[in-house]
Design a protein around this ligand. Structure first.
Ligand code: PLP
Length: 220
């Protein structure tokens, strides 16, 4: 199946309020170009260096989303162009993003990553921590970042019930935070295996990789 075909299969079934992030990590720029030529403009990467290299080579009307865990010392490499950072999980990281965004006179949009999975391996904040962050004075002083929503990753499991519970947890957290900041609009949840379920649970942004580009090969 071609990338173009995969994309149109997914987008044709997508509700209007749901944004598709094409997750292109590990894939060559030729694959991204194929998606671009089929109309896709939002791409997600999980490594800053890889995103920087692809950004340099590809058309400038692409929106780049950082979906992976962000190391503070690498924020400076993407501050000039990144459109949305999904995995923000501390005030410390927000401060660094703010500092680097300021150098380019930009305001960078961020999502707070909420820990919804039971696994220890997943990064993220509790909903209480997220709430404390957005009401804090320190956060209100950061003029070059804005929080536009939340992001979460469900447990890697075949148990649909469990995934559904975790997605619902993120939706509840979103609604809670929205009572504090009514401008929040994004719930980033759902990947190739579970995006339909995520949409049923309230997702407004899905991050889909292998269903568009095929399975990834990490060996090279
Ligand atoms: C790789 C990745 C995805 C996409 O995963 P697929 O199963 O290939 O769709 C989504 N979100 C994050 C954070 C990822 O790292």
């Amino acid at each position: 199946m071609s990338i173009k075909h995969n994309l149109s299969k997914i987008t044709s079934l997508l509700p209007k309020n749901v944004t598709l992030v094409a997750v292109s990590k590990t894939k060559p720029v030729s694959d991204l170009m194929e998606a671009y030529n089929a109309g896709q403009r939002i791409f997600g990467e999980n490594k800053i260096q890889e995103m920087v290299e692809k950004h340099e080579q590809l058309p400038k009307d692409i929106e780049w989303h950082m979906i992976g865990h962000v190391q503070r010392n690498k924020v400076k490499y993407m501050a000039e162009f990144v459109n949305l950072i999904h995995g923000v999980d501390s005030l410390k990281l927000l401060k660094e993003i703010n500092k680097q965004a300021k150098k380019y006179d930009r305001v960078i949009s961020c999502l707070l990553q909420i820990k919804i999975a039971d696994e220890d391996s997943k990064f993220g904040m509790s909903s209480q921590e997220a709430k404390e962050l957005i009401v804090s004075e320190e956060f209100s002083e950061l003029k070059n970042v804005t929080i536009t929503g939340v992001m979460g990753m469900a447990t890697f499991t075949d148990n649909t019930n469990q995934i559904e519970q975790e997605f619902k947890r993120l939706k509840v957290t979103f609604e809670l935070l929205k009572t504090i900041d009514n401008s929040l609009e994004t719930i980033s949840m759902g990947m190739s295996g579970d995006y339909s379920l995520a949409i049923d649970c309230g997702s407004t942004m899905i991050r889909v990789g292998s269903s568009i580009f095929g399975s990834r090969n990490y060996s090279n």
